[in-house]
Design a protein around this ligand. Structure first.
Ligand code: CIR
Length: 257
């Protein structure tokens, strides 16, 4: 039986130095590795074939692999991550992607983090965040046009990236915190009350179940009331570095292995 692929990247010892807006918290690397392994097991159980790329000590944020590439169908766009310290993360990801899909590369001055790209109902929404600039959005639009997908730029309501506040939960449906529903034209929005935007960062598994951060039980309850089956995952150590569930993988939903 073939399965869609998800790429992950292992946690380096240097993860304690990952970028973070929460300066007073210290990251437990052993705990982060255990959480990462459990996350991988959840993706596998839910139907993904996972591939683990090696950690890179020179790049503390490398486990947040989602930011380095945008995949549409059988094509990928390698990004120029918005933070300068993260730019060297892409090369290993590009090598891995080349074994699976056709890869295009974004060039500076364009910058874009994959965490700003939300794909739902055949549309590509992109957050105008501090990490994703106008040139990055134009580069994404050119790439997506080649895949027959429109790109719609939207403001980021809170957190680091667009997907810090909104994630796809089904065909044409998202869960979102603080997102003005009219911005996501044609998409059904399950609103989350907040105040924590990251509570909306969930991963949809191939089997239809949703991975929800164990730190956000209210999100789990709300999605269960909507009829979803929820799989909790602990990601406390990644949250300390402003990361969530989607950040930890690049999901190639149409690439079967
Ligand atoms: C950063 O600041 O770039 C990382 N510490 C967190 C990246 C999170 N990535 C994501 O939401 N896609």
């Amino acid at each position: 039986m073939t399965r869609p692929v998800a790429l992950l990247r292992a946690v380096p010892d240097s993860f304690t130095a990952a970028l973070s807006s929460r300066h007073s918290v210290s990251i437990d690397v052993a705990k982060a590795r255990a959480q990462h392994e459990a996350y991988r097991a959840i993706l596998e159980a839910g139907g993904f074939a996972t591939r683990m790329l090696p950690a890179d000590e020179a790049h503390p944020d490398c486990p947040f692999v989602e930011d380095t590439a945008v995949v549409i169908g059988d094509r990928a766009l390698a990004t120029v991550p918005g933070h300068p310290s993260r730019r060297g993360e892409t090369s290993v990801v590009v090598e891995a992607l080349r074994e699976l899909v056709r890869v295009e590369t974004m060039e500076p001055p364009a910058t874009l983090d994959g965490g700003d790209v939300l794909q739902v109902a055949g549309k590509v929404f992109v957050g105008m965040s501090a990490r994703t600039n106008r040139e990055g959005i134009e580069a994404l639009a050119g790439f997506a046009a080649g895949c027959g997908r429109p790109v719609i730029a939207v403001p980021v309501p809170g957190g680091l990236h667009l997907k810090s506040s909104v994630a796809a939960v089904g065909d044409g449906m998202v869960v979102a915190c603080g997102v003005e529903p009219t911005l996501l034209e044609g998409i059904a929005v399950i609103p989350l009350p907040g105040p924590d935007h990251e509570a909306a960062n969930v991963v949809r598994l191939p089997d239809g179940n949703l991975v929800v951060a164990a730190e956000h039980p209210a999100t789990a309850r709300l999605l269960e009331r909507r009829g979803f089956t929820v799989v909790p995952a602990e990601v406390s150590e990644f949250a300390k570095a402003d990361g969530g569930l989607t950040c930890l993988s690049v999901r190639l939903r149409d690439v079967m292995v």
